[in-house]
Design a protein around this ligand. Structure first.
Ligand code: HEM
Ligand code: NAG
Length: 311
């Protein structure tokens, strides 16, 4: 008898528990739904906003007329050829100082960078380069900085890394990654000239050439720089920079030799260049850096090739 009463109570409890559980599930579903909807709408807004900044070649030619090359010795510059070029032409502050995330975003969109990825990347950059101020509260260090000076990008271990194409490792002369090393850019030319002679790629620097150039830079850093460090993360970052060079500055894995010099060495927009007319897509992001990465692993270039090029 008593057992039966308890059984009924148990059943009541069960029903109540079940009801509140399904209410909870419903609330969680609605909450998740809202979060997903918010994320989708945010991405759409960023993707649309990013595409609005794209220019046709004609629009670019008009725009660049009001953005001539001008560079002062006192200007702050970075290890990034693209950011330096944008600053040299006043698409971001020519001084290279006090640059807001939004200004960088706009300049990136003008170049055809992928909108959502760039927005996320810049969020991280403005957080990661924010230094803890010993005079401020402990928690203040976790906020983002308001503005960026380009020379801050030379801080090692964040984005800046060894084995760059156009800069020397920070621990090797000139102990600065701001200025390109002319010999490295000339070498890239030679690699392309020798490898592509008599082919359809004559006068062009290809992904294969980049892979060989980077391989040689890696080999020489590995044998001459006791303090070399290229973490797995930075190996992938290098592969992404390979694609930035060949698919955003260049197109479809190729860049002409004069354009290569203009961007990497002179850090100026060539007269006969115009930015991409469509944003770098998610599909490109998923495939092109990987092709750079695989090409570097597969490259058979050696330091002997370097000797041959120099003689
Ligand atoms: C359209 C967008 C961009 C393009 C086409 C681009 C292109 C490049 C290329 C080709 C390199 C390699 C240079 C070399 O190996 O010598 C590079 C390096 C670098 N970039 Fe950019 N970049 C872009 C956006 C950015 C942004 C938004 C930032 C940071 C705010 C940035 C920061 C850097 C840094 C710190 C390096 C040096 C890495 C190293 O040590 O080699 N770049 N970039
Ligand atoms: C780079 O600058 C040098 C010296 O100012 C100039 O002679 C050369 O034509 C420039 N090359 C390119 C491709 O912009």
């Amino acid at each position: 008898m008593i057992g039966g009463k308890y059984q009924k109570l148990d059943a009541d409890e069960n029903r109540k528990a079940h009801k509140s559980k399904s209410l909870k599930t419903l609330a969680i579903s609605i909450g998740l739904g809202l979060v997903v909807a918010y994320a989708v709408i945010s991405v759409l807004i960023i993707e649309v906003k990013g595409r609005q900044a794209l220019k046709t070649p004609e629009e670019w030619r008009e725009l660049i007329k009001e953005h001539g090359y001008e560079r002062q010795e006192t200007d702050a510059r970075s290890p990034c050829p693209m950011l330096n070029t944008l600053a040299n032409h006043g698409f971001i502050a020519r001084s290279g100082r006090h640059i807001k995330s939004d200004d960088l975003f706009k300049a990136m969109m003008l170049m055809g960078a992928p909108p959502t990825v760039t927005a996320g990347f810049l969020k991280k950059v403005y957080r990661d380069y924010h230094e803890a101020d010993p005079q401020r509260s402990f928690f203040s260090q976790f906020s983002s900085m308001e503005t960026l000076d380009l020379d801050r990008l030379t801080v090692a271990g964040l984005l800046e890394h060894d084995v760059s194409l156009s800069r020397n490792d920070l621990r090797l002369p000139p102990y600065s990654t701001v200025d390109p090393i002319p010999d490295y850019v000339h070498r890239m030319h030679k690699i392309a000239q020798v490898a592509n002679k008599g082919t359809e790629f004559e006068g062009i620097f290809t992904r294969k050439n980049e892979n060989d150039a980077r391989r040689i830079r890696w080999l020489e850093s590995y044998s001459h720089n006791k303090y070399i460090h290229l973490s797995l993360f930075h190996q992938f970052a290098s592969s992404t920079e390979c694609s930035l060079l060949l698919d955003i500055i260049g197109r479809d894995g190729a860049i002409t030799l004069p354009h290569l010099t203009s961007f990497l060495l002179n850090q100026t927009f060539p007269d006969d260049w115009h930015p991409r007319e469509t944003s770098y897509s998610f599909k490109e992001l998923a495939t092109k850096p990987l092709r750079c990465w695989k090409g570097l692993r597969d490259s058979t270039a050696t330091l002997e090739l370097l000797d041959q090029l120099e003689h």
